[in-house]
Design a protein around this ligand. Sequence first.
Ligand code: FDA
Length: 365
Amino acid sequence: MKYDYVIVGSGLFGSVCAYELTKQGKKILVLEKRSHIGGNIFTENVDGIQVHKYGAHIFHTNDKYIWDYVNSFVEFNRFTNSPMANYEGELYNLPFNMNTFYQLWGTKTPEEAKAKIAEQCKEMDGKEPSNLEEQAISLVGRDIYEKLIKGYTEKQWGRDCKDLPAFIIRRLPVRFTYDNNYFTDRYQGVPIGGYTKLIEEMLKGVEVRLNVDYLKDKDMYQNLADNIIYTGPLDEYFDKKLGNLEYRSLEFKTKVLPQENFQGNAVINYTEQDIPFTRIIEHKHFDPVTTKHTVVTEEYPSEWKEGDEPYYPINDDVNMKLFKQYRELAKSENVIFGGRLAEYKYYDMHQVIRSALNTINKEDE
Ligand code: FDA
């Protein structure tokens, strides 16, 4: 055999596997369908600004081992995600915290804010929430629901909050401190110079073929190596013979603007129903650079249809049943299936790295 492993996909899962196996002296071939490496964490350099091509990516984890691991490839900055919400031109800090409560009601102490929320939640007193709207009101009251949750959630799901199940928001984090840091993890940041650099470092010295769809010539590639690691969509591997696994998709409209600073923050959510996008990302704030221009992306949630990028798996009963049937089929293949598409699972970056490391450790046993 020419290679020890053929790895299908150069996203984070495939690249961590390629790096770890190369370190063990194995000969690897990585195949990538797209014209670039990195999968969905790919960042493109647009005149000096690192543009997050497939959605905003912020690395955050409590796992020190994983934080040290990624920092051994590239240096990370101290970016802290502090998104804002724009509702009919008014600005609010997120996640819901003392700043937000002050902006909404003028409350200044935790006690005042707690009393205000308790008063607002009374509307639902005693009643079991039967949909997402009632659930949100029972947790944070009507003001926060109407201004910061309703429009955004309806755009995200393409449905009225009254028609969405309550369980979607079991919990709504409310903080009684003046703390705008969205994540609660110990470690957070963005690679200086972009995520593509992280992947380039992982794939240093590894043979990578771009613009190659493994599934178009599966038999030929299977003959090149004893072992295959596949990180593409599970249903596509089986030619969708049992049906489509469904996703929510996103459309991105990206513009270069001839100004230094458009919105002063990396992420601003638009929480009213009438504005069709859910948020605007201004990429240069993730990894600050001094340029006379800026790049912004409007994000539009959309129903996934054949040919769209699959972003968020819909892990409802119907899709999970289908996934399990595909997983049964996968057992009889001599292939390792891993990553967000092959496992039909939402993974954060630190989780997908951990999963790839576990996969390689199992190979060693
Ligand atoms: P990924 O999809 O990246 O890689 C799979 C690769 O396989 C792709 O390059 C694909 O082209 C290739 N491929 C598929 N089929 C093939 C075939 N037949 N032949 C050859 N190649 C094939 N996480 C986080 O920690 N912080 C964040 O802020 C975000 N933000 C975020 C925003 C959005 C919009 C989404 C959808 C996701 C996030 N994530 C995130 C999650 C993050 O994107 C995710 O953890 C990783 O991209 C998963 O890496 P994988 O390698 O599993 O898949």
